[in-house]
Design a protein around this ligand. Structure first.
Ligand SMILES: Nc1nc2c(c(=O)[nH]1)N[C@H]1C(S)=C(S)[C@@H](COP(=O)(O)O)O[C@H]1N2
Ligand SMILES: [Mo]
Length: 359
């Protein structure tokens, strides 16, 4: 059970970049302190007295805006399930050394800000523009390259109505760790796209080939391969681990009788159409009840499954399907970065008389 699978360096990353405890999926919106966190370098401290957002590059007129000016612009709010592309990385074989997420690099929050589109229209995107590049205030060294954290998205994605420059989350100003004073939010894309601590936005007439675009976040099986870029969130369902945990091993004990197994499901590719549950490690499946998408297209949906548990040992699994015909794989997909491992979650449980008094 207790194999040494991660290094001290990975522990150092894991202690900085915490996950969302899976029981927090009981909340529609993740209380912000429980939302997962991923920061490549250091969290900057920003003085909004001097901070400005610069918009430039391949535009008719460059803009420079204070936080108050951004807040005075048209506002929109969207509930977004954000997931790190590395979620599930610790479950791939052979091991990939990086932030060692198990399954908890996900959260859903309601982000409020001004639509990016309006700002780009005001700046006037010039003919020949292909992408929009977002640069954060955080700087570090990665793969031997010193860099600002920076990523781009195609122009047509940048012009979507639901892409926001967010200054609030769940009704409060962004906390420092989530990108204060302003971050990008690209619903449906893996988390690395949503650049925090925005300093600049540049419209570019050539695809950006910075480190986070060219080297990181590509599906590659070896270093020489160019690979496809990591983009939209692959379909996934996760369950709230049922019953009660053993402190050290987290092994679950579930009471005999009627249990409700519940969880959430999402996909950035296409809407989720169904969730199946297995109690025998994936040998047989039964359909769970999927609730309507009351939080909107970009947020997870709740599902539940009634289980009349008899004494014994079980392996509970859940598996989501999306409208584009994608289904979660039973075995983890492998690539150099350990990205987008959406293999089905497996939760061993013991059904006994214990654990009855759970509320
Ligand atoms: N400036 C900046 N933006 C960033 C990052 C970063 O390190 N620096 N990390 C990215 C990654 S990999 C993820 S998964 C999300 C995490 O957002 P959160 O910490 O608000 O959950 O932010 C993205 N935006
Ligand atoms: Mo991430």
């Amino acid at each position: 059970m207790s194999e040494a699978i991660i290094s001290r360096e990975e522990l150092q990353l894991a202690a900085r970049n915490h996950g969302m405890p899976l029981e927090a999926m009981r909340f529609d919106l993740t209380p912000i302190g429980l939302h997962y966190l991923l920061t490549h370098y250091d969290i900057p401290r920003v003085d909004t007295g001097v901070w400005r957002l610069e918009v430039g590059g391949h535009v008719e007129r460059a803009l420079s805006l204070s936080l108050n000016e951004l807040r005075a612009r048209p506002a929109a709010e969207v509930a977004v399930t954000m997931e790190c592309a590395g979620n599930g990385r610790a479950n791939v074989e052979p091991h990939v050394v990086s932030q060692p997420w198990l399954l908890e690099a996900v959260g859903t929050a309601s982000w409020r800000g001004t639509p990016l589109r309006g700002l780009l229209e005001e700046a006037g995107v010039r003919d020949g523009a292909v992408e929009v590049l977002f640069t954060g205030l955080d700087r570090g060294v990665e793969g031997g390259e010193e860099q600002d954290y920076a990523r781009s998205i195609p122009l047509e994605e940048a012009l979507r109505d639901d892409v926001l420059l967010a200054y609030e989350v769940n009704g409060v100003p962004l906390p420092p760790q989530h990108g204060f004073p302003l971050r990008l939010l690209v619903p449906g894309w893996y988390g690395m796209t949503s650049v925090k601590w925005l300093a600049r936005i540049d419209v570019v007439d050539e695809p950006f080939d910075g480190y986070q675009q060219r080297h990181s976040y590509r599906f590659r099986r070896d270093e020489d391969e160019v690979g496809e870029p990591v983009r939209r969130i692959h379909v996934r369902a996760l369950m709230v681990p049922p019953g009660i945990p053993e402190f050290l091993t987290r092994a679950r004990v579930v009471p005999i009788g009627e249990n409700v197994v519940e969880g959430r499901a999402w996909s950035g590719v296409a809407p989720v159409v169904g969730v199946d549950v297995s109690t025998d490690g994936g040998a047989t499946w039964a359909e769970a009840e999927l609730e309507p998408d009351s939080l909107g297209r970009w947020a997870w949906r709740r599902w539940s499954f009634r289980w009349d548990a008899r004494p014994g040992e079980y392996e509970l699994c859940c598996r989501a399907r999306d409208e584009a015909g994608n289904v979660q794989p039973l075995e983890p997909p492998w690539n150099l970065g350990g990205y987008a491992n959406n293999a089905v979650q497996r939760v061993p449980v013991t059904v006994t008389d214990a654990g009855r008094r759970q509320r």
